[in-house]
Design a protein. Structure first.
Length: 527
């Protein structure tokens, strides 16, 4: 279910013409404290800077809604989070949490309409898609490959045997993805033909379907068909080898049917597909068998290929499942980290002794909102290497959140004129006073990006008064000392020190809640 609802949200995002990373979407959505609620969906869209609105819309306003949208539709027993696409004024397509698509008329849709929706702003930016030229190239390469193989084999039966092995690799890959828990609409439809309840996953993941040496059915089929495909391409068709493998495949098919029909009492469409290919190859090997063409060299060659394919697949599958486990742990850790109460507890552990408001306006450097809901105070130093990444995070937050204000406090202990930190600071201050906040912020951003004084000065060198620089440094230094700040970068959120247990980028998880909390507090005070 988790993967399916992520794919549903991913589908909604694609329909609104956004291109995002599926793995990042999975991490952000599944780790949300309120997953899988509307709040989790809306916050995840916010994370990707996708403008959206969650609201309850009455039936009377239905015709004014922007499609596609996410809606909660009422079923007989429960409500479903559904992506609704509009095909015409009276025709809609609804895709639910199980990725089941259903065509609905307007009247049918309104009968299950709850009114709760999430609508997103459609992106007008161009998203790179596979164009006709690319498809034509792929088609041409495929046709040329088939033609080359036919010329090589000069026998349609041999070529068909090879192509069936390639198809077997494809089905084996789908089985492997199913075992990983990675769902797809295509596989769900195919597997739903033979098993409406669990699809293919129930059989594929059942321990009784495991083979010897800990091999799973997906491992064995992938190794087998990859091995056959490679040996056919490298060494050509051998009638005796094909017959031996065909007999082996026949017994595997019979065992698979017995396991599904008698033991598990359920059928798997993908497994039946593999069995069909094995039977086809068995029949083909009998038809093409004329006389024994035993070659020790050939059997040694294909034996070496089998060992290499087995080792390669073992390494690949092991690493893939380790990555899956890592992703699960990452989601669990992120979910734990996103605990709002724990973050606020750590945030409130230490507060400023001397608030920022005690500094005179002449030595304050403010960027962003003039009526902020959240004020970030950043203690930094132009020569601080650790400040580079932190400053980039400040910039991202400023561009993303219009309700945020950034205040810069400069910690520069050595105010000698030839100190590179002083040289950068005095020019940044002059740019702030003469050219404005945006230019000043850009100059500091470029400094942290370049960190080459000579190159930077070519664009940002200004005349200055040393006394004004000293005034800033002394006032800032005094404020830093009074608040017992001992290092850079140091980040303060609304007079509270940002907890060192979190990366600054993690603040994205909590910023909306903190903003809402601040607005609520102000409203209560006003009353």
């Amino acid at each position: 279910m988790e993967n399916k609802i992520v794919l549903l949200l991913y589908r909604f995002i694609q329909l609104n013409n956004y291109s995002i990373d599926l793995k990042t979407l999975q991490l952000q959505f599944l780790s949300h404290a309120d997953y899988p609620s509307f709040r989790a969906i809306s916050d995840t869209l916010d994370y990707f800077n996708i403008q959206n609105i969650a609201a309850q819309i009455p039936v009377e306003a239905f015709d004014e809604l922007p499609f596609p949208l996410i809606a909660i539709l009422n079923n007989e027993d429960y409500s479903k989070i559904t992506v609704v696409e509009k095909k015409s004024d009276n025709n809609f397509v609804a895709t639910d949490e199980k990725l089941t698509r259903k065509k609905l008329t307007k009247a049918e849709l309104l009968r299950v309409w709850s009114g709760f929706i999430i609508a997103a702003e459609y992106s007008t930016e161009k998203v790179r898609k596979t164009d006709r030229y690319s498809i034509s190239i792929i088609t041409l390469v495929t046709l040329l490959s088939v033609f080359t193989l036919f010329v090589e084999y000069q026998n349609w039966v041999h070529l068909t045997y090879l192509l069936s092995s390639i198809v077997g690799c494809g089905i084996s890959w789908l089985i492997f993805k199913e075992k990983l828990g990675e769902k797809s609409l295509l596989v769900d439809k195919v597997c739903g033909l033979t098993n409406k309840k669990d699809g293919c996953a129930g059989i594929i993941n059942d321990k009784s379907s495991n083979l010897i040496f800990g091999l799973t059915f997906s491992d064995a089929s992938m190794i087998y068909f990859s091995w056959i495909t490679l040996t056919l391409v490298m060494f050509g068709y051998n009638a005796l080898a094909a017959l031996v493998l065909g007999i082996f495949g026949l017994f595997v098919s019979i065992y698979s049917w017995y396991l599904q029909g008698k033991v598990l009492k359920s059928w798997c469409s993908l497994c039946l597909g593999i069995s069909s290919i094995l039977i086809f190859q068995f029949i083909t090997s009998i038809i093409m068998y004329r006389s024994p063409d035993f070659s020790l060299a050939h059997f040694l060659q294909i034996g070496v290929v089998f060992i290499l394919v087995g080792i390669a697949w073992y390494y690949f599958s092991t690493q893939t499942f380790l990555q899956k486990d890592y992703n699960y742990l990452e989601i669990s850790a992120t979910k734990f980290k996103r605990n709002q109460s724990m973050f606020e507890m750590l945030l409130n552990k230490r507060s400023l002794k001397q608030p920022l408001s005690m500094l005179d306006d002449s030595v304050r450097f403010r960027f962003g909102s003039t009526d902020p809901k959240i004020v970030i105070t950043a203690v930094t130093n132009p020569l601080c290497g650790f400040c580079v990444e932190t400053f980039q995070s400040y910039e991202k937050m400023l561009s993303k959140y219009s309700f945020l204000q950034l205040n810069l406090i400069f910690s520069v202990p050595n105010i000698q004129p030839d100190n590179p930190g002083v040289v950068v600071l005095r020019n940044v201050i002059e740019i702030y006073k003469l050219d404005g906040k945006e230019s000043s912020l850009k100059s500091l951003s470029d400094w942290f990006m370049l960190r080459d004084l000579n190159i930077w000065l070519k664009n940002y060198s200004r005349t200055f008064k040393m006394d004004s620089i000293k005034e800033v440094v002394l006032h800032h230094g005094s404020w830093i000392e009074e608040n017992e700040i001992t290092g850079t970068p140091t980040t303060i959120i609304n007079n509270h020190f940002y907890p060192t247990e979190y990366k600054l980028s993690d603040f994205d998880f909590f910023i909306t809640e903190i903003k809402d909390s601040e607005e609520h507090s102000k409203a209560v005070v006003a009353v």
